[in-house]
Write a protein that binds this ligand. Structure first.
Ligand code: GUN
Length: 283
C-alpha cells in the first residue's frame, strides 16, 4: 500500500529545504522575507491553519506576523490595514485568511491586496495572469496538487483529468493548471449528471468537494491517480479526505493521503510564493 501513496510530507519537506536555502541567500543580500497574515474572528479551523502557516515560516527563517482582528471589525478598517501592509516595504506577502464574516465583501478585501504581495494568488490580477499563462502567484493548494503529480513523475500531457469541485480557491484554478499541462480537463460539480460516469473515464481525479468519503473506489478506472484535497472530520472526529481511502486504495495506482497529503503542500507553496515575492526586491 505504501508505495501507492504520494506523500505530502516528503514533497513539502523538500520544498522547505529549498526555501531555507533561498532565505539564507536573501538574508545575505539584506532582504528578510516577511509574511503578514490577517485573521478576522475566532473560526477554530482558520486559527489552526494560520498557526500552521506561522510555524512553517519560523522553521524556514521567514518572518511572519499575525494580525488578529475581531469578528465585528468594519470592512473599512480591514481595508485600511491591508493598505498599510501594501505600503510597508518590509512586508513581502499578505494573506487574509478566509472565510471572512458575512458583513465583509470578500472580493473587495482580496482585491485591495497589492497583486505583487498576493501570495495566495487570489486577486483578479493574479487569477487573470494565471488563466493566460503569464508569470504570477499561483494559488497554493492547486499548485500543491500539480507539485505532487510532478514529484510522482506523472506526466499530464493528453491525460483525462476530472476535477470534482468548482471553487475559486481549488476547483477552477487546478483545472486551469492541468489544462496548461496539456491535460484534457472535465470539471464536475453539484449539478453534474452522473459524476461516476465521468470519473470512471479519468486517468487522474482531483477531488475538492469538502465531503468525507465522496469519491469511492467503484467510481474509478483501475490504475487511476487520485489527488484528495479534502480535509474533513468523520463521525469519530478523525481527519479524512474527500476520497473513501479504503475503497480507493485497491483500485488506484497512486493516491494522496489525508492527513499528510495536499494540506502540507498548500503550506509549502505559501512559503515558495513569499520567497518569490521577496526575490523581486533584488531586481
Ligand atoms: N481558507 C481556506 N484555504 C485558504 C487559503 O488557501 N488561503 C486563505 N487565505 N484562506 C483560506
Amino acid at each position: 500500500m505504501d508505495n501507492k501513496l504520494i506523500s505530502g510530507k516528503v514533497v513539502s519537506a523538500q520544498i522547505k529545504e529549498q526555501v531555507k536555502q533561498e532565505v539564507d541567500f536573501l538574508n545575505s543580500k539584506g532582504v528578510y522575507p516577511k509574511l503578514s497574515v490577517i485573521i478576522v474572528g475566532e473560526n477554530p479551523a482558520s486559527q489552526s491553519y494560520v498557526k500552521g502557516k506561522h510555524k512553517d515560516c519560523g522553521e524556514c527563517g521567514i518572518i511572519s506576523d499575525n494580525i488578529a482582528m475581531p469578528e465585528t471589525i468594519s470592512q473599512a478598517e480591514l481595508l485600511a490595514e491591508i493598505d498599510r501592509l501594501n505600503k510597508d516595504d518590509s512586508v513581502h506577502g499578505i494573506l487574509v485568511q478566509l472565510p471572512l464574516p458575512k458583513h465583509i465583501d470578500e472580493y473587495a478585501v482580496i482585491n485591495t491586496i497589492a497583486p505583487e504581495k498576493d501570495v495566495d494568488g487570489f486577486t483578479a490580477v493574479n487569477v487573470g495572469n494565471m488563466n493566460i499563462g503569464k508569470d504570477c502567484f499561483t494559488p497554493c493548494t492547486p499548485q500543491g496538487c500539480i507539485d505532487m503529480l510532478d514529484y510522482a513523475g506523472i506526466d499530464m500531457t493528453g491525460k483525462d483529468v476530472v476535477v470534482i469541485g468548482r471553487s475559486n480557491i481549488v476547483g477552477k484554478p487546478v483545472a486551469v493548471l492541468a489544462l496548461q499541462r496539456s491535460a484534457t480537463v472535465t470539471i464536475c460539480h453539484s449539478k453534474t449528471k452522473n459524476i461516476a460516469e465521468k470519473t470512471r473515464m479519468a486517468d487522474i481525479v482531483i477531488v475538492a468537494v469538502g465531503r468525507a468519503g465522496f469519491l469511492t473506489g467503484d467510481m474509478l478506472k483501475p490504475g487511476a491517480v487520485v489527488i484528495d484535497v479534502g480535509i474533513n472530520r468523520n463521525s469519530e472526529g478523525k481527519l479524512c479526505g474527500d476520497a473513501d481511502f479504503d475503497s480507493c486504495i485497491d483500485v488506484v495506482s497512486r493516491i494522496t493521503p489525508v492527513p499528510g497529503g495536499v494540506g502540507l503542500m498548500t503550506r509549502a507553496n505559501l512559503l515558495k510564493n513569499t520567497i518569490k515575492s521577496a526575490k523581486n526586491c533584488l531586481k
